[in-house]
Design a binder for this molecule. Structure first.
Ligand SMILES: [Zn+2]
Length: 310
């Protein structure tokens, strides 16, 4: 594999957006496969560039089409002599041209000849270059080199609403607040219910704010009476009727309103981050510092934060 697909140098760079640094963090720490599987349906983002054919598997790697020869032509695979052989083991160079010579374990039956000949026709359009080594190229850049920018642009493409990229990462809020909202949207934030799910013994699962129902993300952030009061303050101030949805993803996805000025839109878009940060801060202060503010003071903290972030 060529080294061009790996990030180089100091990966936490001040001139990159937070999300770009975050992706680099995943890659550098060996979570690249996991990241792509989770966020891009497991699609391979590397493509083979054939050189001398030494390092690419003839039948098992998708080097001459979107799928491997094994998938495209199962007969060729089943009766081949060496199913793991490289491309280089399946041709003979003759002057400027090459002759493909995939070997079979046995003679072909008459009805197999046509299927065996089909991939050979496909291979005639593919050349090898004995002077070069095989490489893997990054699909999302024309030059084949990996860049975090290309990854961010493609992962955050329009239509991938589930990831909530625009609602969270394009917000004008500080990165640490965006990160909190992101973990809340993915239900990864460490509420008492989520801590118990991770195998940590929690004696009291009740909400850190109201002390009644179990502290799930949905309860703490949306349905808790204290949280509802905070959300209600903003909606009332903006004279908006709103039915709170059941999940954080829904809430962030539908937090849109038409007809606002540019400034109004900025304020509106940053309300969720300000409210959620204020709720989470209050919850932590109550649990870890035994300090409680009144619902109006929690609102005030969110108002101040909303002013700061826009
Ligand atoms: Zn509660």
């Amino acid at each position: 594999m060529g080294t061009s697909v790996f990030p180089k140098g100091n990966w936490w760079a001040g001139n990159k957006k937070f999300e770009e640094n975050l992706i680099l963090f995943f890659l550098v720490n060996g979570y690249g496969d996991l990241l792509l599987k989770e966020m891009h349906g497991g699609e391979t983002l590397l493509q083979f560039k054939v050189g001398n054919g030494d390092r690419i598997k003839f039948r098992k790697d998708p080097w001459c089409s979107e799928v491997s020869l094994e998938e495209a032509f199962p007969l060729l695979f089943q009766i081949s002599v060496n199913q793991d052989s490289s491309i280089a083991e399946n041709f003979i160079a003759s002057g400027d041209s090459i002759i493909w010579t995939p070997l079979c374990r046995r003679s072909l039956f008459d009805w197999e000849v046509e299927e065996y000949a089909a991939p050979l026709g496909l291979l005639q359009n593919h050349m090898v270059d004995l002077s070069l080594e095989d490489e893997w190229n990054w699909k999302w850049n024309a030059d084949g080199c990996f860049s975090v920018k290309s990854m961010v642009l493609n992962l955050y493409c329009p239509g991938q609403e589930d990831f909530l990229a625009r609602q969270i990462w394009n917000s004008s809020s500080p990165s640490k607040i965006n990160f909190l909202v992101w973990t809340m949207a993915l239900d990864k934030c460490l509420t008492r219910v989520n801590l118990e799910r991770r195998g940590i013994q929690i004696l009291d699962l009740s909400c850190g704010l109201c002390g009644t129902l179990a502290e799930s993300i949905e309860h703490l952030c949306i349905h808790c009476p204290i949280s509802s009061y905070v959300w209600g303050h903003f909606l009332k101030a903006l004279e908006i009727s709103w039915v709170m949805p059941n999940s954080m993803k829904e809430l962030l996805n539908c937090w849109r309103i038409e007809g606002l000025s540019k400034k109004g839109k900025l304020v509106w878009n940053s309300i969720p981050a300000a409210v959620l940060w204020s709720i989470w801060t209050e919850r932590n202060n109550r649990i870890f510092c035994c300090k409680a503010k009144s619902p109006d003071e929690i609102v005030q903290r969110a108002v101040v934060l909303d002013d700061i972030v826009v």
